[in-house]
Design a protein around this ligand. Structure first.
Ligand SMILES: O=C(O)C1=C[C@@H](OP(=O)(O)O)[C@@H](O)[C@H](O)C1
Ligand SMILES: C=C(OP(=O)(O)O)C(=O)O
Length: 410
């Protein structure tokens, strides 16, 4: 097992070229493939989740391994259902435990030919491309928005278009809006027709020159470093005020923790005001990928919190509710859980471990959200640090550039 020991600088000074957004990259790639575009999307992410998508779309293999990429698994399942040929799509052991039945049922209702090769309801899937019929379906909106994005993106290539009715509370809605935004950019007619229905018109995608923005989820770890450091001067390149990404709301939530954002022509500069609240309450239903960042940050700043809307965390790269509680306990913080969807901390402490080894559970965000914790807990070690390549391959190099020492303890 690889372990990283980190030594923070006394002042963090850095200008960081963030990775490009994997969510935008993977949507642009699918839309581009469906539109047989003449322009290739620019500034695609160099992360694993995007690299597996590029391979799947270009190699033409009979078996596609998307490793741990949820977006690639869900988006390609819909894409392969409308693309000639027969392919098997699989992923890591964890991916084979992440549910996909809601999407498969919806696609089958449209006539897709999909077989579970192993366990009913889970990847791997064997998919035979077909011409899909039928254009109006109802599916659950409260498990993963990726099922909805996957269906929406194939909507324009269906003969009669597609209307989706979403039941239950809609989670991760900004990711659905991101899909609609990109589809519209590429010439599709797709929009909400009610708070829970979306219609897509049949219409060919147009090819346009398109450049992917930097990743706001990745930016959150730098806001966290600014919040935890006594002194920090951090500039993040490639972020915009009017971002397509829902996680840009992290800037507003961090402003309540005393980190304000100044937009420049190149990106953002983070400023520490030093003001912190007595308590933080936030609903994460729209920003699930920021949950780990804020749970770790608040505990370490000694800010009691109550975070709701975390119901999707159990089916992500790992059960993030359990992982956060277990690992923060090693650092001496007792976090409570309620209804599988709420994390709370009332300030309760326990004895921290002398040399806490933070396990990362094949979850990039566990590594990235706990690395900044070294500023307050200098003895901690990060296990399996290479997990960051799922979304941010340059994370450790960027920390070095910011003055952190990153030591491989073997
Ligand atoms: O569509 C997307 O790009 C994503 C949607 C979200 O997943 P859920 O809709 O499953 O919450 C998010 O957690 C994931 O990292 C990326
Ligand atoms: C949940 C995530 O990814 P995915 O669902 O696409 O695997 C994530 O990046 O935090």
């Amino acid at each position: 097992m690889m372990l990283y020991k980190l030594i923070p600088p006394s002042v963090v000074t850095a200008t960081i070229q963030l990775p490009a957004s994997k969510s935008i990259s993977n949507r642009a790639l699918i839309i581009n493939a469906l539109g047989k575009g003449t322009y290739a999307p620019e500034n695609l992410s160099d992360c694993d989740d995007t690299q597996v998508m590029i391979k799947a779309l270009t190699e033409g293999k009979g078996t596609i391994d998307i490793m741990a990429a949820g977006t690639a698994m869900r988006f390609l399942t819909a894409y392969l259902s409308v693309t000639p040929g027969e392919r098997t799509i699989t992923g890591t052991a964890r991916m084979q435990q992440r549910p996909i039945q809601i999407l498969v049922n919806a696609l089958r209702e449209l006539g897709a030919e999909i077989v579970y090769t192993n366990n009913e309801g889970y990847p791997p899937l064997c998919i035979k491309g077909a011409e899909l019929k039928g254009n109006e379906i109802t599916l659950k909106g409260n498990v993963s928005s990726q099922y909805i994005s996957a269906l929406l993106m194939i909507g324009p290539v269906l003969k009669d278009g597609l209307t989706l009715h979403l039941s239950g509370e809609i989670i991760s809605r900004p990711y659905i809006n991101l899909t609609l935004q990109l589809m519209q950019d590429f010439g599709a007619k797709a929009a909400w027709t009610s708070p829970s229905s979306i219609s897509v018109a049949p219409q060919l995608y147009q090819s346009i020159p398109f450049k992917v923005e930097s990743d706001w989820s990745a930016a959150s770890y730098w806001y966290q470093i600014a919040a935890l450091s006594p002194k920090a001067e951090i500039e993040l390149l490639g972020l915009f005020r009017n971002s397509y990404q829902g996680d840009s709301r992290g800037a507003e939530v961090f402003s309540r923790l005393g980190i304000t954002t100044e937009f420049t022509s190149q990106g953002v500069k983070l400023k520490k005001t030093g003001k912190a609240p007595e308590r933080l309450e936030e609903d994460f239903v729209d920003i699930p990928d920021l949950a780990q960042t804020f749970v770790v940050t608040c505990a370490l700043l000694n800010i009691p919190f109550r975070f709701t809307g975390l119901q999707s965390l159990k089916i992500k790269e790992t059960d993030r509710i359990a992982a956060l509680r277990t690992e923060l306990k090693k650092l001496g913080y007792v976090i409570e859980e309620e209804n599988d969807s709420i994390l709370m901390w009332n300030g309760e402490r326990c004895e921290p471990e002398e040399i806490p080894v933070i396990d990362t559970y094949e979850d990039h965000r566990m590594a990235m959200a706990f690395a900044p914790a070294v500023i307050c807990h200098p003895n901690l070690l990060i296990a399996d640090p290479q997990v960051v390549t799922k979304s941010y391959p340059g994370y450790w190099e960027d920390l070095k550039q910011a003055g952190f020492q990153v030591i491989n303890e073997g």
